[in-house]
Design a protein around this ligand. Sequence first.
Ligand code: AMP
Ligand code: MG
Length: 703
Amino acid sequence: MTAFDTFVIVDWSARAAPSPRKPSKDAIWCGIVRDGTTTCTYHRTRADAYLELTTLFDTELAAGRRVLAGFDFPFAYPTGFAKAVSGSHDPLALWVALHSRIEDADDNTNNRFDVARDLNALFAGVGPFWGCPASVSDAVLPAKGTLRHGHNLPERRRVEGQNGMGRAQPCWKLYTTGSVGSQALLGIPRLQALREKYGDHLAVAPFQNIGTPLVITEVFPSLIADIVSDQMEPDEIKDRAQVRVLATALSRLDPGTLTEMLQTGDPVEGWVLGVGHEAVLRAAATVAPFAPPLRNDCFALPPGVHWTPVDEALGLLQHRLTPVVATQTQPLNATLGRITARAVTALRSNPPLPNTAVDGYGFAGGRGPGPHRLPLVEGRAAAGDAPVDVPAGHAIRVLTGAALPQGVDTVILQEDVTLEEGHIHFNGPLKQGANSRRAGEDVHASDEILPAGRRITPADLALLAATGVSELAVHTPLRVGVLSTGDELVEAGDTAVAGQIYDANRPLLLGLIERFGHHAIDLGRCPDDRGTLRARLDAAAGRVDAIITSGGASAGDEDHVSALLQDAGAMSLWRIAIKPGRPLALGMWQGVPVFGLPGNPVAAMVCTLIFARPALSLLAGGTFAAPQGFDVPAAFSKTKKAGRREYLRARIRDGRVEAFASEGSGRISGLSWAEGLVELSEPARTIAPGDMVRFIPYGSFGI
Ligand code: AMP
Ligand code: MG
């Protein structure tokens, strides 16, 4: 499942007349996040909002962009209502029924009270709907909730009983503050109209499978009311701030979490997006401002250099690049694979108290050689028990993991003990502290447990949890766009005519980026045409933190990537003394770093592993760590010239490293055959079988 490209939050209104011309609170507000930019729109009528939304959806869908739209009114009712109205528990069948009953004119005049009265008539007693002007109320549609009785429907949906939903009004209430009931009666028919218009392209979460270009779902901005008020701009209308902050928060969620949220819910009563995932949603809403941008000259090379040695090139990158991603506080369980933004310290020692490492008997002090006999106290200490007092000269039964009772510092294994009449017998010697673990012997509270820039591993999660850390500051994932350039390229699966080749670099690079732990964004293919390429880079600059292109990076007629970056005045052609490799075009496009890689797949992969990987790591807030290699006897012969550093596609078999038979830089099969690279340093060298060479497994690059 891919991420969404566009996020829309709609604050709906049940007004019976158009809202004021001047943007005000009692109206429809939409917050839209697209290409990293948030806009807010104001609508005086539901008809106007519907028109604007469909125009937006049409544009986005036509451009192949996925849209998530959230509306702030109930998408379903308490169990029993849909069944009574439509004959089915399916909330979407109810949508059809409401759509056929509600009339809602372009000027907001509508028949919601009449419809509510008709619906109430389907139930015994009075209700469930209530609330209307005195002139409209009657025995079937009461003005007050207390006048209802006997309709037999629950007052609230399951989701409304969850954390954070305390402020939600019941969906039966049609009038005055938070007239949620009227919003739903006038909103659901518009959503049904969307369903009819977009057919299979639209899904309603959580009721339907969300693999569609357009997904709509229920939201409740009050879930993050406190964060919204923190982030309100001066004089901003609250409804506007709500849709703005919530849409921005959703756009920052990682796709997996968002998918999980959209799939959470009740098939009959519906759900509110984010309920059950409050911590992640709140963290996304409170994300700190973005890091300062890179300088436009960050890729400039010292003048007069022709062939830059690899280490020097790496040194320049390491020196110039800084994180470009934001920082956010995330709950522990959302941090796997994220990069720490600050060093993390232990909040609690591990172990927090001295405890026993074995099942046995605990007492104070070591014992000399020979037989010993100690009286046993009543009871025992098991894991989770609070420590009790054990008098001097006594022993107590202890089980693995139990905190040592007061007065106990030494434990003897149960296998080494005989029990008799309330005593234990054993033979010494036994050292003081035997079979026990000291408090903090692993980690002390306030020790630094993880440095800043650490990509969190499963083992780190264990360490964080054990030391009492339940949330931490991490960087937002680095978004890396991947673009292939070349007139000759066609998409795998399409028909290739003579002269065309399949685009191999894009799947390669997207895969590498994902494995590096970043968020890979497919920017597609682009012909060798400067105008088109410029437009593609412009569009990409708003939605990604870095761009990797392949092809067109040299200085030839069709090398448009380097030409454009050159025109933008922020490009350097890095001629690095590396094989395989061609010049790299490193530059800035509208503040976004661009890595222009050579088109040859082998050179593209090697340059990505050697240069782009550490550079992207720094941009993502991580470290500039060199891949770890080791020396292995060669299973091949080779004569290497002096000057360039060389990388061979290689793998280990039977303790020796084999090199791929051909060094041709178009040989993609060799990349796939290999399981790592042999690195040969700059000097000339003759390698015979058995000579030691440095092997760097793909795993050391994280792929
Ligand atoms: P370039 O760097 O654009 O001069 O391309 C160098 C070589 O790499 C040419 O043979 C291209 O056809 C090939 N090439 C460029 N891009 C790709 C790609 N995305 N997939 C496979 N081969 C490519
Ligand atoms: Mg090309």
